[in-house]
Design a protein around this ligand. Structure first.
Ligand code: SF4
Length: 392
């Protein structure tokens, strides 16, 4: 298998498409984040493997060596032996490959490319990138971005990362062909959540956005100018723990309420809707202080101490021997526990597990929980029983 594109490198450009939601909303953030190292996580490494598997399968499809839905997904040995590979990954990547191949087959005469490299420096300084998959038809351009994460649901609507990929791909086409493209359809394929979200724009509106929004905002961000602005784009900002705007936003939120002794339910609802953002920030502040203290720096009013720990048996085999020697049986001293459904699915595959455990996998009703009004779940009418359960 050929050496694949480094999918993680996209995050390293100062004004990368993947962080554009942040620097387009808070222009100084890119420069403020600059001193902080980018760290790789298990989730991003797993995502890289899933991208490589998808790329390999699509290459085989384009070479006429693999037919989605009819053939088994081709998995090279290097990927099968990777610690992140699982039958679950194979299942989700198959979903993605079928999705992109469907689009390709529906657009007659369209040309599909994977990992097309583009140059966005006309609009954004030092910004180069590549797009997971693009399908160029006579008048329609499709851009598909595979998201392997499942932590936060990603919407294609107005998604600046996709719009940057789209303008990058559009500009890399031959001028005569580019002039014919009327529509740009941008897709998010967030396979593990079954979230396939699509956003369409005219090529003219997309170019207008690139010239009148993307370029001037990128110039500001490159220069580190503008006001810091707090919002949901702060979630992954590396500067967050030190960000004064976060502290001010928190303080101002609580200052705006009146002087009655009791908060009303409207006020409490408002606090709750902002609580995730602030608890996230407070957790980042705590981690930042912990890291500083570990480096030997003084955090006013705080010190490093040994944390509490629980007792553990450090040699299980010897412990079992000694317990048996005093007359206890294996059943007396050990627990036998079936692995969780996720682990079993990874072991045998999602569908085979469902067939094997047919009738045994049930989903108990969840306890009532508070969710924002925008949540897709249906609103419950609380009963006395729910109330009792919550208080039991
Ligand atoms: S944490 Fe601060 S610097 Fe980072 S995006 Fe939010 S407001 Fe901007």
């Amino acid at each position: 298998m050929k050496v694949q594109v480094d999918h993680t490198s996209r995050a390293h450009a100062l004004l990368s498409p993947s962080s554009s939601h942040r620097w387009l909303n808070c222009t100084p953030s890119a420069r403020l984040e600059e001193p902080y190292e980018s760290t790789s996580s298990a989730a991003s490494e797993e995502g890289t493997v899933a991208h490589e598997l998808a790329e390999h399968a699509i290459e085989k499809y384009l070479a006429g060596e693999y037919l989605p839905l009819l053939d088994e997904l081709p998995v090279p040995d290097e990927i099968r032996n990777n610690k992140y590979y699982s039958s679950e990954m194979e299942h989700y990547v198959t979903d993605y490959v079928c999705y992109v191949c469907d689009i390709h087959e529906l657009e007659e005469g369209a040309k599909m490319s994977i990992e097309r490299k583009f140059d966005l420096t006309t609009y954004v300084p030092e910004c180069f990138g590549s797009c997971d998959c693009d399908i160029v038809g006579e008048t329609v351009l499709n851009i598909i971005d595979l998201k392997y994460g499942k932590g936060v649901q990603v919407d294609a609507n107005g998604n600046s990362q996709l719009m940057m990929y789209a303008i990058g791909v559009l500009n890399s086409l031959e001028p005569a062909h580019r002039a014919k493209i009327e529509k740009v359809r941008m897709h998010i394929a967030q396979v593990r959540l079954g979230n396939y979200s699509v956003f369409e724009m005219s090529a003219r509106d997309l170019t207008h956005w690139a010239i009148h929004v993307l370029r001037p905002t990128a110039e500001k961000a490159w220069a580190g100018q503008g006001e810091t602005k707090v919002g949901n784009h702060c979630k992954f900002c590396k500067f967050k723990a030190q960000c004064r705007a976060q502290k001010e936003a928190l303080v101002n939120e609580f200052e705006t309420y009146g002087d009655t002794k009791a908060l009303t339910l409207d006020e409490i609802g408002d606090i709750l809707s902002k609580s995730d953002m602030f608890t996230d920030w407070l957790a980042a502040v705590k981690t930042f202080a912990m890291q500083a203290a570990t480096r030997g720096e003084k955090v006013k009013g705080w010190k490093l101490v040994e944390g509490r720990s629980a007792r553990v048996i450090n040699d299980t085999e010897t412990a079992i021997e000694r317990l048996k020697a005093i007359g206890l049986s294996t059943e007396d001293i050990t627990n036998r526990k079936l692995k969780g459904i996720g682990d079993l699915e990874r072991l045998v595959g999602k569908k085979p597990l469902a067939a094997t455990l047919d009738g045994l996998i049930v989903k108990p009703q969840g306890l009532p929980t508070l969710a924002p009004e925008s949540d897709k779940r249906e609103e419950l009418s609380p009963t006395i029983d729910d109330f009792d359960e919550l208080n039991s």
